[in-house]
Design a protein around this ligand. Structure first.
Ligand SMILES: Cc1cc2nc3c(=O)[nH]c(=O)nc-3n(C[C@H](O)[C@H](O)[C@H](O)COP(=O)(O)O)c2cc1C
Length: 128
């Protein structure tokens, strides 16, 4: 995809996905945007809240993002794996932007494994 406009969007609770996303956007010389929230997910309560939201597929309340994904050819989504699922901030981002998303690739990061793959179903998956 020479000259493609690529955006890397990611959420990171403890920094691992941030490192991967920043390396990827540096390697591709492309834009990136971090999804943020007002509240804290630190400690055991933050962990448990994250697990419950992921299990129940509840989107969290995220801050407004700046970049418009419809202006890009490809949006790479970076999320930590929570309870075998998307993190709730990334779920919220996908829901909020589902009509603006072009081709989507997802980057995921679990405890021991990670990956990056094209994901034709991401927009459908984000549908409520
Ligand atoms: C609530 C919660 C649930 C998790 N569930 C899984 C899981 O099901 N599978 C897995 O491989 N890792 C799981 N993890 C581990 C994270 O996906 C992993 O540590 C990730 O690299 C953290 O990314 P971050 O530092 O960007 O937040 C979970 C972490 C949290 C906080």
């Amino acid at each position: 995809m020479a000259n493609a406009r690529i955006l890397v969007v990611y959420y990171s609770r403890t920094g691992t996905t941030r490192k991967v996303a920043q390396s990827l956007s540096a390697a591709l010389s492309c834009d990136s945007e971090e999804i943020t929230e007002a509240g804290s997910r630190k400690g055991i309560f933050g962990y448990l809240r994250s697990a419950v939201e992921a299990r129940r597929q509840i989107p969290s309340r995220i801050a407004a993002t700046v970049r418009d994904p419809s202006l890009y050819d490809l949006v790479v989504i970076g999320t930590p794996v929570w309870a075998w699922s998307l993190s709730s901030p990334v779920r919220a981002y996908l829901l909020a932007n589902r009509s603006k998303l072009p081709a989507v690739a997802h980057a995921w990061r679990g405890r021991q494994r990670s990956g990056l793959r094209p994901d034709a179903g991401a927009r459908r998956q984000a549908a409520p």
